[in-house]
Design a protein around this ligand. Structure first.
Ligand SMILES: *Cc1c(COP(=O)(O)O)cnc(C)c1O
Length: 366
C-alpha cells in the first residue's frame, strides 16, 4: 500500500527526541506557557527569516487574528483565491468582512494579476494570497495591482513551510503571514497549532494581545481578545521536528523532480516552472487529468492512495451559495474536476514514485 500520508514512519525516525520532549513537558507541568513556546517562536521566526512569530492554536485562528490585527474598516472586501481550503475564506467572514473569490490560472492553480483585477471594488482593502501546494505564488506579477489599490497582503503559508521566493522565505512578501502546524502539513504538530509571522512590531504586538484575552497583565485586559494559544506540548514537538524540516523538504523536492521527469513521457500535462532562487515546498504534488475520477479509482485498486485539493472550488461550496459568485471562477470550477494529488513526502522512496508513474502509464495504455 502506498499511503498518501503516513506519520508513523516519521515519528519512529525521531522517536527518542520526541519522547524526551514530551516527557519533559509532562514533568514540568507548564502546559500553556512553557519555555518551549518562546524557543519555538524564536527558532521559527529565524527559520522563515521574519522578525516576529506568534504561535496560536491553529492555522485558521492565525488567519483570523492576522486579519483582525490589520484593523481594516468594517465590512471591507477581501480577495480570496477560489481554489484553497475553506480556512482562507472563513477567516474573512468571521472578522466581519466580505469574501470576493478570485479565479485562478490553469497552470499554477493560483491567482494572477488579471484575476485579481477582475475582483477589485471601491471597498477592496486586502487580499489573502495562498502559496498553494507549497509553490510560492507569482508574487512580483501580482504586486503592482496590490500596490495600485493599496491592498494589505496576508500570506496563507499553511502549505508552504520551506518554500522560497526569489531568495526570501515565504512569509516575508506581504504585511503578515500565517502558518498551520496541522499534523499533515510539511511541519506538523501532534495536534492543532499555528503561527503568525510578520516584520511589523506593531502588528505582532496587537495580534499577541488579541490571542491572549487582550491582557497586558494577568487580570488587566486592555481590549476584549480571545484565547488562541499553542500548547507547550506542541511547541516542544515542533522544536524537535523543525530541525529535520529542511531534510524533509529536500526529500519532497527530489521525489517531485523524479515525478516530473518520469511523468513527462506519460502525461501531456505541463508542470508550472519556478523562478530563479526559489523553492517549491511540495506539500502536495498535483497533476491534472481529464479522466481524473477513473484514474483515481484505478490507482486505488492498485493500492495507491491519492487526494483531491480541492474537489469543490470555494465559490461552489454550499456554504457560499449565498454569495452567488461561482460564475466568476470558471477556471477554478473546472480544475476541481481534473486535479489529483499524488502521494509525496518523507514516508516514500524513489521506487514508490516509479511504481506510481508506471501505474499511471498502464492506465493511459488500457
Ligand atoms: C491547512 C490549511 C489551513 C488551516 O490550518 P488549520 O491549522 O487546520 O486551521 C489554512 N489554509 C490552508 C491553505 C491550509 O491548507
Amino acid at each position: 500500500m502506498i499511503k498518501f500520508l503516513d506519520l508513523s514512519k516519521q515519528y519512529l525516525s525521531i522517536k527518542a527526541d520526541i519522547d524526551l520532549a514530551i516527557s519533559t513537558v509532562l514533568s514540568d507541568t507548564n502546559f500553556v506557557s512553557g519555555y518551549q513556546i518562546q524557543n519555538f517562536q524564536d527558532e521559527f521566526a529565524s527559520y522563515v527569516q521574519s522578525k516576529y512569530c506568534l504561535c496560536v492554536a491553529n492555522g485558521t485562528d492565525a488567519l483570523e487574528i492576522a486579519i483582525q490585527g490589520l484593523r481594516l474598516p468594517p465590512s471591507s472586501d477581501i480577495i480570496v483565491p477560489a481554489n484553497s481550503f475553506i480556512s482562507s475564506s472563513e477567516a474573512v467572514t468571521r472578522q466581519g468582512h466580505n469574501i470576493v473569490f478570485a479565479d485562478v490560472d490553469p497552470q499554477t492553480y493560483n491567482v494572477t494579476e488579471a484575476t485579481i483585477r477582475a475582483c477589485i471594488t471601491p471597498n477592496t482593502k486586502a487580499i489573502i494570497i495562498v502559496h498553494l501546494f507549497g509553490r510560492p505564488c507569482d508574487f512580483d506579477s501580482i504586486l503592482p495591482v496590490c500596490r495600485e489599490f493599496s491592498l494589505k497582503i496576508i500570506e496563507d503559508c499553511a502549505q508552504a513551510h520551506g518554500a522560497y521566493y526569489k531568495g526570501s522565505h515565504v512569509g516575508n512578501l506581504g504585511d503578515v503571514a500565517t502558518f498551520s502546524f496541522y499534523p499533515g502539513k510539511n511541519l506538523g504538530a501532534y495536534g492543532d497549532a499555528g503561527a503568525i509571522v510578520t516584520n511589523s512590531s506593531d502588528l505582532f504586538n496587537y495580534c499577541r494581545l488579541i490571542a491572549n484575552h487582550g491582557r497586558i497583565e494577568k487580570y488587566n485586559h486592555v481590549i476584549e481578545g480571545r484565547n488562541s494559544r499553542i500548547d507547550t506540548l506542541q511547541a516542544a514537538i515542533l522544536l524537535v521536528k523543525l530541525k529535520h524540516l529542511d531534510k524533509w523538504i529536500s526529500i519532497r523536492n527530489s521525489l517531485a523532480s523524479q515525478y516530473i521527469y518520469e511523468l513527462s513521457s506519460v502525461l501531456p500535462y505541463q508542470f508550472p516552472s519556478l523562478y530563479p532562487d526559489s523553492q517549491h515546498a511540495y506539500h502536495l504534488f498535483v497533476i491534472s487529468h481529464p479522466k481524473r475520477d477513473s484514474l483515481r479509482s484505478y490507482l486505488a485498486s492498485l493500492n495507491i492512495q491519492t487526494g483531491i485539493h480541492y474537489p469543490i472550488s470555494l465559490s461552489c461550496l454550499p456554504a457560499y451559495e449565498y454569495l452567488d459568485q461561482s460564475q466568476y471562477t470558471p477556471v477554478a470550477n473546472r480544475l476541481s474536476h481534473n486535479i489529483l494529488s499524488l502521494p509525496i513526502g518523507d514516508h516514500l522512496v524513489p521506487a514508490d514514485i516509479s511504481y506510481i508513474v508506471e501505474t499511471i502509464n498502464s492506465f493511459e495504455k488500457a
